[in-house]
Design a protein around this ligand. Structure first.
Ligand code: 4NP
Length: 157
């Protein structure tokens, strides 16, 4: 069965496109591409249609990861379409949960903080790098790289 995975942040131009690309690279390395549909989205719509932020693209590319996705805004339907929704911070979690209109639905259980799968970090959130310096972009990739191994391992159980 194909599993559908959606990564979510605020603008969908820094953290979640990086998460999407890191995930895609790791499943490619493990020859698992056929098992997944992968996408990313933002809770805000300011950058819809845009490629990822050039700073995020350059940082990822320096690690051999290419970001090609274009920003889109998450829709209520995504909550039912995707099997796993991985968000970057608590604000994203609140914003995504606000989209749930039918509270009888069990959709809540598949929305998680990506860093809940971290193996080596105690952080709960991937810090937003947008208004900061280069360190923030490097940190995004480091945190995602670590958490993604844990997430993929959990999918294989
Ligand atoms: P992201 O970063 O949520 O990781 O894509 C941001 C991108 C843009 C903005 C904020 C955060 N913004 O305010 O435009």
């Amino acid at each position: 069965m194909v599993k559908k995975i959606l990564f979510v942040c605020l603008g969908n131009i820094c953290r979640s496109p990086a998460a999407e690309a890191v995930f895609k690279q790791k499943i490619k390395e493990r020859d698992l591409e056929k098992l997944f549909v992968v996408d990313s989205a933002g809770t805000g719509g300011w950058h819809v249609g845009n490629l990822a932020d050039p700073r995020m693209r350059e940082t990822a590319l320096s690690r051999g990861i290419e970001l090609t996705s274009r920003s889109r805004k998450i829709e209520e339907n995504d909550l039912y379409e995707f099997d796993h929704i991985l968000v970057m911070d608590h604000d994203n979690l609140d914003a995504v949960r606000l989209l749930i209109k039918d509270h009888k639905n069990t959709v809540n259980s598949k929305i998680k903080l990506i860093l809940s799968y971290s193996k080596n970090s105690q952080l709960e959130e991937v810090p937003d790098p947008y208004y900061g310096g280069q360190n923030g972009f490097d940190k995004v990739i480091d945190l995602l790289d670590d958490a993604m191994d844990g997430f993929i391992d959990s999918l294989m159980d």
